[in-house]
Write a protein that binds this ligand. Structure first.
Ligand SMILES: Nc1ncnc2c1ncn2[C@@H]1O[C@H](COP(=O)(O)OP(=O)(O)OP(=O)(O)O)[C@@H](O)[C@H]1O
Ligand SMILES: [Mg+2]
Length: 381
């Protein structure tokens, strides 16, 4: 159905005149709906809302019995926040106008008797503005959705890469369990199984299965699209969780990790899964930079966590190849990567930057040369 322009006035003559003028100037693009009272108009508008029919503009007289114009428009604004409102008035007081402006987002007021062209041009302009607002809203929504999809895609790519590392993480406890069970079976066959050996093995099995469950559960939460509700967290836990997924990869590459917490840390508020994604990417970048220096050499990543007045600060210093100055300004650009085809998507830092910005923090390279690179992340308390 076509969008509706609603006119409210207690004088039938005024209504028919407005209707005729608007019909003439706006052609048949809009339905011109009229009503003699605010209460009735609100009921009609309610019907339009239920049928999802657009109402770009409501024009209303100020002086009417029962509900006054500014009160009607206030109620209209409550149910149709995007609709533009026009007050048509012979003698509105400054208070009435102020009220309409503040509470009903009044678009304009037109005094009676009105000029036909003035009224029609104002309505046309309002309709145009309404359409534009609607378009912007839609584009904004599409952008928000595209962004969260992008974050999700990068995360899934990350998980693909992690699968190999996680296989190692799981393999180790599995081997411990298997060996234990084999030992127990042998003792059982030789009739030498002792109670304390049994207890020890059960304990080992319990601990190792718990570790495996932790890893699997963690991967599960991480791969889910995370909710937007911010929660309180300790940044150290976030970083610890990151190592559940990348720790083994670093160990296999002979990369030593040194963690230092300089003072007691206040909690921060935010989305832990998203922040984990940031640290996962920073560590993956350090891993790649160290590997680029020489596959067999190994290397070092130093993580220093501390806090100052109003923020928590995390330094990640690696012994990798460093970032050339002409790359430095581009590293946060989406799809910017110096890695070989198929290795990097170039989304890691761009997404990390967005996540840190959403948390009102900042991310910066504070040192880089042939000895390595230091990234600094700051998050407000
Ligand atoms: N710690 C680092 N040491 C050296 N270079 C780095 C470091 N971190 C980032 N870079 C450079 O910045 C570029 C962009 O990093 P970004 O994380 O955005 O993408 P990527 O790692 O190439 O790909 P993706 O993260 O999507 O797998 C990298 O290709 C690399 O050249
Ligand atoms: Mg990366």
């Amino acid at each position: 159905m076509r969008p509706v322009i609603m006119c409210i006035d207690d004088e039938q003559f005024v209504l028919t005149t407005i209707k005729k003028q608007l019909k003439f100037h706006l052609k048949d693009e809009y339905i011109i709906e009229i009503s003699e009272s605010g209460t009735e108009a609100l009921e009609i508008l309610d019907g339009f809302i239920k049928q999802s029919i657009d109402v770009p503009v409501v024009i209303c007289d100020q002086i009417m019995p029962y509900l006054k114009g500014d009160d009607v428009l206030e109620k209209v604004h409550a149910v149709l926040p995007d609709t533009l409102t026009i007050l048509l008035t012979g003698q509105a007081s400054v208070d009435d106008l102020g009220n309409a402006v503040n509470k009903a987002k009044l678009y304009r007021y037109i005094s009676k008797p009105w000029e036909e062209m003035d009224l029609c041009l104002t309505v046309k302009e309002a309709v145009r503005s309404y359409d534009q607002q609607k378009k912007i809203k839609k584009i904004h929504q599409e952008l928000t959705e595209a962004h969260s999809q992008l974050v999700q895609t990068a995360k899934l790519a990350c998980i693909g890469e992690l699968a190999a590392g996680v296989a190692h993480e799981l393999n180790q406890p599995l081997m411990v369990i298997r060996t234990g069970v084999q030992l127990m079976m042998r003792s059982y066959k030789h009739n030498t199984l002792k109670l304390d050996q049994l207890e020890h093995q059960f304990d080992t099995i319990e601990k190792n299965t718990k570790r495996m469950m932790n890893i699997i559960n963690h991967l599960r939460t991480f791969s889910r699209q995370s909710e937007l509700q911010p929660i309180e967290m300790n940044i150290c836990d976030v970083i610890e969780n990151t190592f559940l997924m990348i720790g083994e990869q670093l160990r296999l590459r002979n990369i030593e990790v040194i963690r230092t917490v300089t003072n007691s840390l206040p909690k921060i508020k935010g989305n832990p899964t998203q922040l984990e994604q940031v640290f996962l990417n920073l560590l993956a970048n350090s891993r790649d930079a160290i590997e680029e220096k020489g596959k067999s050499i190994g290397g070092k990543i130093e993580i220093t966590i501390g806090s100052e007045d109003n923020f928590v600060e995390i330094l990640i210093k690696d012994s990798g190849v460093g970032i050339a100055s002409h790359h430095l300004e581009k590293i946060y650009d989406p799809f910017y990567t110096t890695k070989e085809v198929g290795k990097g998507t170039g989304l890691g830092l761009s997404i990390s930057f967005g996540i840190i910005k959403d948390h009102h923090g900042d991310i910066e390279v504070i040192q880089t040369d042939s000895s390595g690179t230091t990234f600094r992340v700051r998050l407000p308390v």
